[in-house]
Design a protein around this ligand. Structure first.
Ligand SMILES: Cc1ncc(COP(=O)(O)O)c(C=O)c1O
Length: 376
């Protein structure tokens, strides 16, 4: 009944949803029929603190009861504090100091980063990687690789793709304004870029005078056991964030460093809701908790890899963003859901795991057993 109502009133952009979810607690969610699931997807790498985190709930309700929105004619303490915090986190991992613009989603953060590239080198090309996913609005979609989702809508002139291999970078010249990359290509199936490629992308951007834009929307804010997945390898000029930053509240961010921090001037960019104090207050509460969780995320990621390897599975990724190679991933997603586990398939042979960062060994262990029993 409820799903058939969805089908009659909701635009069919996602196919028919498999569940109507009602509430959550910690790493579990319940559907409207009362069935409980272990959530190993966390709203696709969003619900960093799982469900019903009390500190986050308090931050949101306190802020709503004080001030829920102001226009961009004014600012608020959560907006300022969040921008300051993001820059501090970047610098704490060896990144360059910068400035922040707050948006409402990942795709919007990437739109802003593309506009920075256009101001950095007017008329320059924007180069992204095969397998990239940067979002669904028309700019970000132009650098999202999958033809089936991009081609019906055309492409902004000057956007191009290269294969994520070092040799391909050698072909880039000074007509390129920016190179966009994800340190781990999540939607491609959790494919980490090689250390060598990251280093060479930085060297290439320097050689041709392009911005290196690192999309940390899926990988950032603790997901890989660090604040940023790229900082262990390279420094970026521009970084985009969303997903886990708000722990479930809609928020995105651009961190622009060096000269890129001053490319926007009044009138260049804007957003009614970007920098919203409720979303910013939630993000501050989430970041506080992630500070305590970072070592746990690294340890859990290694433990999970060890357990799945011992059960005979090939696993890639870092921290709590993992891709598991299986036969018939879509079929397994359905079987696992029946067994009470939420995961997703990024392709025919990859299951993506991106659980809440709070997950414990005891909570995860039943999944290893279920996966071993259900594998084909
Ligand atoms: C790496 C990456 N960039 C951008 C996006 C787009 O973010 P949003 O859906 O918030 O617009 C996503 C979403 O999956 C993503 O994984």
């Amino acid at each position: 009944m409820t799903i058939s109502t969805y089908e009659s009133v909701y635009i069919n952009a996602f196919g028919t949803p498999s569940l109507v979810l009602d509430h959550g607690q910690g790493v579990h969610v319940w559907d409207t029929e009362g069935k409980k699931y272990l959530d190993l997807l966390a709203g696709i790498a969003v619900n960093a603190l799982g469900y019903a985190d009390q500190a986050m709930a308090r931050a949101i309700t306190d802020q709503v009861s004080k001030l829920s929105h102001v226009s961009n004619f004014f600012t608020t303490e959560p907006q300022i504090n969040l921008a300051k915090k993001l820059v501090e986190l970047l610098v704490s991992e060896g990144g360059r100091p910068g400035k922040v613009f707050l948006a409402n989603s990942g795709t919007e953060a990437n739109e802003g980063a593309m506009k920075l590239a256009m101001l950095h080198k007017p008329g320059g090309k924007i180069v992204a990687l095969e397998g990239a996913f940067h979002g669904r609005t028309l700019g970000a979609l132009s650098i999202t690789h999958k033809p089936a989702i991009r081609e019906p809508f055309g492409q902004i002139p000057g956007c191009e793709f290269i294969v994520p291999e070092v040799e391909a970078l050698a072909g880039l010249g000074d007509d390129v304004a920016a190179i966009f990359l994800e340190p781990i290509q999540g939607e491609r199936g959790v494919m980490p870029l090689s250390e060598e490629f990251l280093q060479e992308a930085r060297a290439t951007a320097d050689r041709i005078g392009a911005l290196l834009v690192v999309d940390e929307i899926q990988t950032g804010m603790g997901r890989t056991g660090r604040w940023f997945a790229h900082t262990a390898s390279v420094q970026a000029d521009v970084i985009t964030l969303a997903k886990g930053l708000g722990g479930g509240m809609p928020i995105g961010a651009i961190i622009a460093t060096g000269e890129a921090a001053n490319l926007f001037t009044p009138g260049s960019h804007g957003s009614t809701f970007g920098g919203n104090p409720v979303a910013a207050a939630a993000a501050l509460a989430v970041l506080d908790r992630i500070t305590e969780l970072l070592p746990h995320v690294g340890d859990m990621g290694e433990w999970i890899m060890g357990e799945l390897n011992a059960a005979g599975f090939e696993v890639r990724g870092r921290g709590l963003l993992l891709g598991v190679t299986v036969n018939d991933a879509p079929g397994l997603v359905t079987e696992l859901r029946k067994a009470g586990f939420i995961v997703n398939a990024t392709g025919p042979d990859t299951l993506r795991l991106a659980p809440p960062l709070i997950i414990s060994r005891d909570e995860f262990a039943p999944f290893v057993q279920a996966l071993s029993e259900l594998r084909k």
